[in-house]
Design a binder for this molecule. Structure first.
Ligand SMILES: Nc1ncnc2c1ncn2[C@@H]1O[C@H](COP(=O)(O)OP(=O)(O)OP(=O)(O)O)[C@@H](O)[C@H]1O
Ligand SMILES: [Mg+2]
Length: 271
C-alpha cells in the first residue's frame, strides 16, 4: 500500500535512476513492488528493458478511466511496471487541462492501486512542481527528494523546507514532514562534492536518508537495461543503494508480509 514518490525541485539529479533501482532493491528485500512513471519524458521504462518504440502506458487510457492494474506489466527485474506512455505536446496540453478540471482522472486509479495492502508503489515524477506530484504527494507515505552534492542543490534547501515544489500554499507546508532527502552522485574524491554533502547533511539532520556515490556502474546499468544490483552488485553505488532502500523501508509504516496478489498483472511474488 505505501506510496513512495521520487521528486526534486531540480532536474537531471537521478530521480528516474533511483526510482528504478530503489524499486528493485526493495523488491530484493522481499516486497511486491510496482514502479509507476509520472514523468512525460517516459524514461523509467528504459531501465526495465522496454523497447524504445513501445510507447504504451497509462496516459492514453486516462480519459477512459482504464483500470491501471490491468495496464501494469511484468519486468525481468521482478518489479511490475506502469510506464507513463508516449505523449506529444498537444496531448500533454490536453491532459493538463483535463487533470485541472478533474483531478480524479489520476487520483481514482491511484487509490485503487494503493488499496492493495501488500503492494509497495514507487513513483517517478517530472522535475520541479507538477500536477501529478501535487496530486500524489498527499497520498504518499514518503517523498524522497533527490539532490546532488553541489552548490545549486544546497541553495535549494529552503525550497525543500517550504515544501513548495510539492504543492502550492499551505499544502506544501503540510506535506513537508514526509520529505526525506537522498544525495546522489556524491564524489568522495572531490573537495567540493564532499563539502557540499557535509553542508546538506548538517542542515537536514535525520531528514537525510542517505547518499549514493557517483559511479559509472550506475550509467552502465541503464545502458545495458539492467538493474545496478544485478549488473554490479559489489560496486560502491550498489552498496549505497542497498543502504538507502533499507532506510526507506525502516522509515515506512510496517508492511504486511509480502503476500502475492491473488491473480492479475500485479501478482508477482517477492523472490
Ligand atoms: N549515482 C550516479 N552515478 C553516476 N551517474 C548517475 C548516478 N545517478 C544518475 N546518474 C546519471 O545521471 C543522469 C541523469 O539521471 P536521471 O535521468 O535518473 O535524472 P532525473 O533526475 O530523472 O532527470 P530528469 O529531471 O530529466 O527526469 C543519467 O545519465 C544517469 O545515468
Ligand atoms: Mg527523470
Amino acid at each position: 500500500m505505501p506510496l513512495i514518490c521520487l521528486a526534486s525541485p531540480k532536474g537531471g539529479v537521478g530521480k528516474t535512476t533511483l526510482a528504478a533501482n530503489v524499486a528493485d532493491a526493495l523488491r530484493r528485500r522481499g516486497r511486491r513492488v510496482l514502479s509507476i512513471d509520472f514523468d512525460p519524458q517516459n524514461t523509467l521504462r528504459l531501465h526495465y528493458g522496454v523497447a524504445l518504440a513501445d510507447g504504451g502506458g497509462f496516459v492514453a487510457g486516462l480519459p477512459m478511466r482504464r483500470d491501471w492494474r490491468q495496464l501494469a506489466r511484468p519486468t525481468a527485474a521482478g518489479v511490475a511496471l506502469l510506464p507513463h506512455g508516449a505523449i506529444d505536446l498537444r496531448g500533454a496540453l490536453g491532459l493538463a487541462a483535463a487533470l485541472d478540471r478533474d483531478p480524479e482522472l489520476l487520483a481514482a486509479p491511484m487509490r485503487e492501486i494503493l488499496a492493495d495492502p501488500g503492494l509497495l508503489v514507487v513513483a517517478d515524477t517530472a522535475p520541479g512542481a507538477s500536477q501529478a506530484l501535487s496530486l500524489l504527494a498527499p497520498m504518499a507515505a514518503m517523498v524522497v527528494c533527490v539532490l546532488l552534492a553541489d552548490a545549486t542543490s544546497a541553495a535549494l534547501l529552503p525550497e525543500i523546507d517550504s515544501g513548495r515544489f510539492l504543492g502550492t500554499g499551505t499544502l506544501g507546508a503540510l506535506l513537508d514532514s514526509r520529505v526525506r532527502v537522498v544525495l546522489n552522485q556524491v564524489d568522495p574524491y572531490s573537495r567540493l562534492s564532499r563539502s557540499a554533502a557535509e553542508t546538506v547533511a548538517r542542515y537536514l539532520g535525520p531528514r537525510l536518508l542517505g547518499a549514493v556515490c557517483r559511479d559509472e556502474a550506475v550509467a552502465e546499468a541503464l545502458a545495458s537495461q539492467r538493474m545496478l544490483l544485478d549488473l554490479a552488485p559489489h560496486s560502491r553505488a550498489a552498496e549505497d543503494l542497498r543502504e538507502v532502500a533499507g532506510s526507506i523501508e525502516a522509515a515506512l509504516p510496517p508492511l504486511p508480509e509480502a503476500v502475492p496478489a491473488a491473480a492479475g498483472p500485479l501478482a508477482w511474488a517477492a523472490r
